[in-house]
Every structure is written in C-alpha cells, then in structure tokens.
Design a protein around this ligand. Structure first.
Ligand code: URA
Length: 424
C-alpha cells in the first residue's frame, strides 16, 4: 500500500477503500506515516468529503486504534451528552447529576478548552482537590456508586484522533464535517455508552456558526452513532449569545451549583432540562428531570460526585476574584444581542482559557453578565463584570468587548434555544 496513492485517490475525488483507510489510520497512529503526508490527505478530505460507507470505515478504524471502555458491569442504562462547545456552556456540570438522580448512569469523558470556548475539565478543576485523571477501575466504581463521573479521556481512547486532531488544528483542516463527525464520534463510541445525546451548536460562539452546517454535522453524527449500535439523537441549539451569565472556570461552577439549587438562569435551566429529557427518552425512563432539582436529589448527586473525585463540595471553597471591574453600557435602550464570541474571547484573554495546549488556566478569571438581551439599560450603567486574576490582561479583554453588546430602541423577541431535534 502506498500513501501517495491514497492521497492521490482522495485528491482526485475517489472514495477511499477499506484497505486504504485501515492502512492509513494504523500507520499514522503508529508513527510510520509522516505528518506532511497526513496533512495532505486531511486537506484532500476537507475539499472532497467522504461518502457514508467511507466515513463509517474511517470512524471504525479510529475507534479501533485504541481501547474501548467496557461498561458491561453497569446494569443501569448508560447515556452521555456531548456538546460541540460554546461560550458559557457549562451544561454538563448540572446535567450529569440531574440524569444520575433520575436513574441513568452518565460516563462522561470530557476535554479541555482551546480558544474562546471553555472546557469542562478546566471548569471542574476550579474546585479545590477535584481530580479528572482517574483510572478505568475507579471510573467504573464511581459510576456504579454515584451514577455519574466526569473525567479526562485516557491516552489510549481513540489515539488516532488525538494525533489527527492536533494536526488538523495546525493545518486549517478542522472545519470538515466528516473529520469533525469522526473525531467526536470515535471518542464517544469508544467510551462504551449505550446512548448519546449531541448538543450541536450554531451561532457566533459556536464552532460552526451556520445552522445548516450544524444540521449536516448533527445528521452525520447521528448516523455514525446508530451504525455503531449507539442510540443517538441531536439537538441543534443556539450559541449566538452566551449561555447563562458566567463565562470562566470558577464562575461557571458556581452558576452550575446555583442551577442545581433551583436558582439557575432561565436559558441554562431550559436547555439542561431539554437535554435531560432527551437522555431519559433514549434510556426509556419516564421521569421529569425538574423534579430532581426541586427535591434536592440532583444537588446531592453533584456533591457525591465531587467528593468521589477528591473535590471539596463546599461552594465557598471555589476561588473567587477580589479584583472585579465593570464594562459599562455604550448607549441607552434595550440590549438586543450579546455576541457570544466576543464575550468568550474577553473571558479567555482574562486567563480563563488557553492558547496552547500546555498553557495553565486561571480558576478565577472570567466574565459575568449583569444584563443580557431583553434588558433595558442606561448609557454608562455596568452591564458586565470582569473577574480579574492578572491585571495586565484587562485592557486586552476590554478590547474584545467592543461591539459585544448591541443596543436598540425596541425590546427583542424571545430567543429560541432549540432550533431542531435530529434523530429517530
Ligand atoms: N471536537 C472534537 O473532538 N473534534 C473535532 O473535530 C471538533 C470538536
């Protein structure tokens, strides 16, 4: 098998054969195919796409490049959620304990943030002592005792994706539907869950701003999941404006705990419950997820999970900023839109996110909205807090906020969070 022939076939628009796919994924994972050839193939895939069978084979080869977690000792239905990421998207934090309190086991393997979108693991690590690197035996033990755990995917889960994703990041080949779909689904299928709900986001704060692209990605991932025996559905959801008020690690954990106490912002509560309903439907469990917030059992599950993962469950233990500045309304009227990407970049520049994989993140830095779309404001009134860890970063963060708030004379209509559901 010759790698140049494989690249040439894809460059000329052919579908890769099973043998070509297996050869490439195996030899690239083993380090036998150099990055320059893999880059050429990725760029050819970005331009030419993949047909259904080809993508199924590519994804299967990625799954088989590493271990598949065996959840067969767990008797309850296992269902996970995966989001394509966005600003203020902390939904995994309240969602896992909510569905666990309803009888689902949620084996959540999560990632870190890169760029303006935050990562679940970075948020959880704002809790003193919280451990995300947990071996498989302990992961299974927490799942059977508590019902949910949120941990880092091990080195051996879809290692082909680990290498390919890092290469895509530096070769402008991230924005390809087959490459994104196979990357996400190889990890989720290898995780061993029975069922999966995908939260596919569109809008300024999302990875794919265009809803039509989001829809195609969702359909592709649902098909891949079903083809591998994982019951899968997707919600196409709005990420044009930040979710909730907080963007940043510690501030998002605090907002998540408030949500579990019944005091969450409307949009966080609505979308979390919508995703929980979808997960419960896939598990065949007839229960109202709002009831486990109301009776305190979801908060109890959260505390159990935090303690099981070595963290301090006392919300007061989460480090907080002592230096809080404000960003003021640039005019008077109704806020008609808050640009999610600009707010995400401001939080990131304050230190909540990283530019390179190896950078540390601040548990303190972030932004908290004081006003959002629909609120009436006066020029000069504080509309956003900047939670500062490093004062040298403030000016750069304030620059990102220029034009983030659109202000008009008329009150905007209600925001529709879920555009569409995809799946059988
Ligand atoms: N998240 C992933 O895991 N992979 C992608 O390709 C994009 C987002």
């Amino acid at each position: 098998m010759d790698t140049v022939d494989i690249i040439r076939s894809k460059r000329d628009g052919a579908a890769l054969t099973k043998q070509q796919i297996r050869f490439f994924i195996e030899s690239y994972t083993a380090g036998d195919t150099p990055d320059y050839q893999a880059s050429a193939l990725l760029m050819a895939i970005l331009w030419r796409g993949m047909i259904k069978d080809e993508l199924a084979e590519w994804t299967a080869a990625m799954i088989e490049s590493g271990e598949r977690i065996d959840l067969s000792t767990i008797t309850a239905p296992t269902v996970d959620k995966h989001s394509t990421g966005g600003v203020g998207d902390k939904l995994s934090l309240p969602l896992a304990p909510i569905v666990a309190a309803c009888g689902i086991v949620d084996p959540m393997l999560s990632g870190r943030g890169l760029g303006h979108t935050g990562g679940t693991l970075d948020k959880l690590e704002a809790i003193p002592g919280f451990e995300v690197n947990i071996d498989n035996d302990r992961f299974l033990q927490i799942l059977s005792e508590v019902g949910c755990a949120i941990v880092s995917a091990g080195e051996n889960l879809a290692p082909a994706d680990r290498k390919l994703y890092a290469l895509r990041d530096v070769t402008a080949t991230v924005e390809s539907i087959p490459l994104i779909a196979s990357s996400i689904m190889s990890k989720k299928i290898a995780e061993g869950t029975d069922a999966l709900v995908l939260d596919v986001k569109f809008g300024s704060g999302a990875f794919l701003p265009d809803p039509d692209m989001g829809r195609r990605l969702a359909e592709t991932m649902v098909e891949l999941g079903e083809a591998h025996g994982v019951r899968t559905s997707a919600l196409l959801t709005d990420m044009d404006q930040p979710l909730g008020m907080a963007a940043g690690n510690g501030v998002e954990v605090t907002e998540s705990i408030e949500t579990l106490k019944g005091n969450g912002p409307d949009d966080i509560v609505e979308l979390t419950l919508e995703l929980a309903r979808e997960m419960l439907a896939l598990a065949g469990i007839d229960k109202d997820p709002a009831s486990v917030i109301a009776d305190g059992s979801a908060l109890q599950k959260w505390n159990e999970m935090v303690i099981a993962q070595g963290g301090d469950p006392d919300p007061a233990a989460i480090p907080r900023a002592t230096d809080i500045r404000t960003f003021d309304a640039p005019g008077s009227g109704f806020i008609t839109r808050v640009d999610a990407r600009k707010v995400g970049i401001a939080a990131w520049r304050l230190g909540a996110g990283r530019s390179r994989k190896e950078d540390p993140v601040s548990p303190i830095a972030g932004t908290v909205l004081l006003k959002r779309a629909g609120d009436e404001v006066r020029a000069g009134e504080p509309i956003l807090e900047l939670h500062v860890d490093d004062p040298g970063r403030v000016d750069h963060a304030l620059d990102a906020l220029q034009g983030a708030f659109e202000i008009g004379d008329a009150e905007p209509g209600p925001r529709k969070l879920v555009l569409e559901r995809i799946g059988s």
